[in-house]
Design a protein around this ligand. Structure first.
Ligand SMILES: Cc1cc2nc3c(=O)[nH]c(=O)nc-3n(C[C@H](O)[C@H](O)[C@H](O)COP(=O)(O)OP(=O)(O)OC[C@H]3O[C@@H](n4cnc5c(N)ncnc54)[C@H](O)[C@@H]3O)c2cc1C
Ligand code: FES
Length: 324
């Protein structure tokens, strides 16, 4: 039997095994997407008729699941469904590049205009769409108290469509379409003495620095341990800002980890996972934040969960790419 998806009243045929996103795109229906791997929620939809497989709701909040929301890039239905866009992003609109400058060997800081209606909590991410429709997600690296602008850190992915554009072509004044904020990898007050562990690789440090600073500014008194991993010492960045943070807040500890290089103190050499796990004593009462390389985030999440940290204390944003 042929299956059909109805999207805003328009029918699109699909074969078993197709995702809703693929079937709609093949029928010429424009749908927002970014990671195409269930991580960024750009393709969130709501089923108005029919039931979507539970796997299509992985990682969504209970309130969204109950109201029939699902991620169309990982939804492979086995029955006819009708659906509509979720309109979940609290803000959608144009923003302009104010400044772009290098802050690491392969990282640029992009400062964007901040519309008054764009409220966010440090650590959340936004989806940015270029004039030609290419859309990718980036974590907000700046604090919400910074009124007129937001900042993101973009790592150069060789041949990457949007990251290489930011690195080589984008100019102040260029316009992007912003949707967001999204995600709940953020600091929440209420347990000011709880130990916080923040672990990231590459630009994963952008949201982690924002979360740690937010915690400090909100008066967090418990220990805050930040682990930043890179292949080599030259590829670590934000070192001055993090060094200033530990001087201003004695409860903050900053550990630099590299995979290759001489073991010159204070940089640790080894696998980030092993370094973190070796220091994770009495993990049950700790809150953990993981950002950056999807493979490392997945492995660490599993190990930290098995070590006794409950899922509601484990917050993760894997920086999943398009896989294209
Ligand atoms: C929630 C979330 C938050 C994110 N936050 C940030 C952030 O703060 N800073 C940041 O720099 N990136 C971040 N990313 C990643 C970002 O969205 C893009 O995937 C990245 O910039 C690459 O996009 P591109 O268009 O340049 O590459 P694409 O054109 O999408 O990809 C080109 C090729 O590179 C591969 N590829 C894509 N991404 C990567 C990668 N990260 N590493 C290695 N190979 C890759 C693809 O599989 C493809 O073969 C985040 C992703 C998510 C889901
Ligand atoms: S979650 Fe579907 S495109 Fe990212």
């Amino acid at each position: 039997m042929d299956l059909k998806i109805k999207y805003q009243g328009r029918a699109a045929p699909f074969s078993r095994g197709d995702t809703v996103l693929e079937a709609l795109e093949r029928s010429g229906v424009p749908v927002s997407s970014s990671c195409r791997a269930g991580a960024c929620q750009s393709c969130l939809m709501r089923a108005t008729e029919g039931v979507v497989p539970a796997a299509a709701q992985a990682g969504l909040k209970e309130s969204l699941k109950k109201t029939g929301h699902f991620l169309s890039c990982i939804c492979r239905p086995d029955q006819n469904i009708s659906c509509e866009p979720a309109h979940s992003a609290p803000f959608q609109g144009p923003v302009h590049i104010q400044e772009i400058r290098p802050i690491g060997p392969d990282v640029v800081l992009v400062q964007l205009s901040r519309p008054a209606a764009l409220e966010f909590i440090p650590g959340q991410f936004v989806t940015l769409k270029r004039y030609d429709g290419v859309a990718r997600s980036y974590s907000i690296a700046s604090q919400a108290t910074q009124d007129d602008t937001i900042e993101i850190h973009v790592r150069l992915v060789p041949q990457g469509q949007l990251s290489s554009w930011f690195h080589t072509q984008a100019q102040p004044g260029d316009e992007l379409w912003l949707e967001g904020p999204k995600g709940d990898c953020t600091y929440y007050p209420g347990q000011p003495d709880e130990p916080l562990i923040l672990v990231g690789t590459g630009t994963g440090i952008a949201p982690l620095y924002a979360i740690a600073l937010d915690a400090c500014l909100q008066g967090h008194t418990g220990p805050i341990s930040i682990y930043h991993g890179a292949l080599s010492e030259e590829r670590l960045y934000l070192v001055d800002e993090l060094s200033t943070l530990i001087k201003s807040y004695p409860n903050v500890n900053y550990v630099r980890c590299v995979r290759n290089g001489p073991a010159t103190s204070p940089v640790r050499v080894g696998e980030l996972k092993d370094i973190v796990m070796a220091e994770l004593a009495d993990p049950k009462h700790k809150r953990v934040y993981l950002c950056g390389d999807p493979g490392l985030v997945r492995i660490l999440k599993k190990h930290i969960f098995l070590a006794g940290v409950s899922m509601n204390r484990l917050h993760a944003d894997p920086f999943v790419g398009t896989g294209s």
